[in-house]
Write a protein that binds this ligand. Structure first.
Ligand code: MRU
Length: 376
């Protein structure tokens, strides 16, 4: 997407690969919206750390990062011994797969890369196949988001108020995003609508990342506190909900997404508001039988007990200050601890439809359409 900073506009992808330096290039998402910075991870362990520490986050973006990280690890191997090479690649795979547990995209992405690598007969062949496959995963992620936009745009009518949760925008993918793809496509078609971004505590991806993206795209939007959605729904001020997902079970249609998604789905059902989930094919888990078995990441309590931001007064207009002072502010009672599950699981019956690159499906129809949806 295009990013405009201090009047200069340039296109960016969230994740790219620098072949000359064998490094993965990432937008440092923890600094947004106050600072726009690209960082390089120099080896696969640093790449895994960037995923764990959320330098890069969002299902598709960490999928592409893991794919590039696997290629990066493979390319760093010196020698011709295929057995030693395979053992090394297995270590790289395990390290990256363990970086964040809930999203299935990193594992699906790395499985794609490994399948391609298996076609090579030598270490050198497998190394170059790994990089080509990682590039293909990233490009496919972009194509999938474009297709989601084409299918989803018809849900957006003039004058609609749309609610979204967390960030399933281009920062959560290689480009364009999933929940935002229908919005961007509808904007191109000249439709006018308004978006409410759930703040999405504890890390506030809605208030920081989604709001920044929509502002960059000049889409009308407002941030709301996580607790405000029910009130707005009750007053008829939300017409449609679109969110992303970190894992969708192909067998049951259950959806794991950022904590608070389930609450919004219950509220939407209560108020008969359509609730859609937008995903690329890499977010589908065809193996698991029940949502209860999805590993839910428990994150550090400090995220709940306080917040990161830049030093400012509540009403001062900060616009990309040259040296923003980032700081953590303790908000909670100093002697209290916190519990911090990162994701929840929404049952299929609360979801109106899943917007995929192959069309919009009822959640329970994923399995019967598995061929169309890339199951093999
Ligand atoms: O913890 P995050 O920021 O990596 O969580 C992922 C998300 O942003 C959301 O759950 C999103 O809605 C799905 S990822 C496209």
């Amino acid at each position: 997407m295009n990013v405009t900073i201090r009047g200069r506009t340039s296109p960016f992808r969230t994740v790219t690969f620098d072949t000359q330096n064998n490094s993965v290039r990432l937008i440092e998402q923890r600094l947004l919206p106050h600072e726009f910075k690209i960082v390089d991870t120099k080896n696969f362990r640093a790449t895994a750390r960037a995923i764990t520490d959320m330098v890069v986050r969002g299902a598709g973006a960490i999928g592409a990062t893991a794919a590039y990280g696997l290629a990066q690890g493979a390319l760093a191997f010196r020698g011709h011994d295929l057995k030693k090479f395979s053992a090394h690649v297995a270590t790289v795979y395990q390290t990256l797969a363990g970086a964040r547990p809930t999203a299935v995209d990193p594992v699906n992405a790395m499985n794609d890369v490994r399948l391609e690598m298996a076609l090579g007969d030598t270490v050198a062949e497998q190394q170059s196949l790994a990089l080509a496959a990682a590039e293909e995963f990233a490009n496919e992620d972009v194509r999938h988001c474009q297709a989601i936009g084409r299918h989803g745009a018809r849900l957006i009518r003039n004058g609609l108020n749309v609610l979204t949760h967390c960030n399933a925008g281009w920062l959560a993918f290689v480009d364009i995003g999933t929940a935002t793809a229908p919005l961007y496509a509808a904007q191109e078609q000249g439709k006018r609508f308004h978006v409410y971004c759930d703040e999405t505590r504890p890390r506030s991806q809605g208030a920081t990342l989604t709001a920044w993206e929509l502002a960059q795209q000049k889409i009308s939007h407002q941030i709301i506190a996580d607790n405000a959605a029910g009130h707005l729904m009750q007053r008829g001020e939300i017409d449609l909900v679109i969110v992303g997902a970190d894992r969708v079970l192909g067998r049951t249609g259950e959806v794991a997404n950022k904590i608070g998604t389930y609450t919004k789905a219950v509220l939407a059902a209560r108020h008969k508001i359509p609730f859609y989930v937008a995903i690329p094919l890499s977010t589908i888990d065809w193996k698991l039988n029940r949502g209860f078995d999805i590993p839910i990441e428990d994150r550090h309590e400090s995220e709940v007990l306080g917040a990161w931001g830049i030093i400012s007064t509540p009403h001062s207009a900060f616009r990309y200050p040259h040296s923003p002072r980032r700081a953590y502010v303790r908000v909670a009672n100093p002697t209290s601890g916190a519990r911090n599950p990162g994701f929840d699981v929404t049952p299929a019956d609360l979801i109106t439809g899943i917007i995929t690159p192959a069309g919009i499906f009822k959640p329970r129809e994923l399995w019967s359409n598995r061929q169309k949806l890339g199951y093999s």
